[in-house]
Design a protein around this ligand. Sequence first.
Ligand code: BDR
Ligand code: CA
Length: 306
Amino acid sequence: MKKILIDCDPGIDDALAITLAHGSAELEILGITTVGGNVSLPKTTANALRLREFLGFPEVPVVPGSPGALLRPTIDAAEVHGDSGLGETRLPPPTLPPADGHAVDFIIDTLASAPGEISLVAIGPLTNIALAVRKEPRLVEWAREFVILGGSYTRGNFSPAAEFNIAADPEAAAIVFSAGWTVTMIGLDVSRTALATMAVVDRMREMGRLGSDLLVPCAEFYGMVTASDGPAIHDACAIAYLIDPTLIEIQQAVVQVETMGRFTSGMTVVDFHLGDRAPNALVGTSIDTGRFWDLMLGTYAQVAAT
Ligand code: BDR
Ligand code: CA
């Protein structure tokens, strides 16, 4: 079983990603750290706590981290994820508090406890990860692998050039990409093809309370405000990659983050032509959507049955 630590900003697709990670027999969640992103830090933390209780893994620590970007005014995506961050889902408020301490220290301490064994996955803005690698540069050696949902080598969703998680904190992303590890970047080029179509949502309807209280309201709310073919469940692609890397084609690249551009701030500039440069990233280029949805729905069905 692969041990993972999830840094996130739930967020509708974060919630669907956490549900996948929780249900997977291949993964063990060691902790969930939160960052301000889709909605404010108090809300992303509350949503992580609500999910933890609803899904039933209260022993896993939820640790709050950074409320906003390192240098810039905070942005959010409440127009996409709803005021609460979880659309119109009605998960009860949490009864258990978050863990003491800060996400940055939790990330460092957790990876330090088992160097080379724990995979780190970030599905929100990269503020916590940037602070963690700056505070403890050995993190890049300790992580078994580091996977993000973020960026794009074609077009953005926050702006024509930039994907939301990178646009929310470009300086943090620049620190993370230049930290000396290989970033596995699953970006919009991949996640935009992983759509929760009507047929997918119909399967979710058959999944009891998991379907009626979480999956369907998430997908429907997200669907209303995103694509007409069904919403892209971005963050779940990064978790799916951790479960089964053969789902996603990847290619070595040099990735740099634009922090200065007047119109391109937050753009991931992805160069597949390495020349004599060492790659700093493995960039997702396509996903097998049929196998992706088999994994998602199969795992959700198992969670619903427990
Ligand atoms: C990413 O931005 C957020 O709104 C989603 O949760 C996802 O992490 C997609 O661009
Ligand atoms: Ca997210």
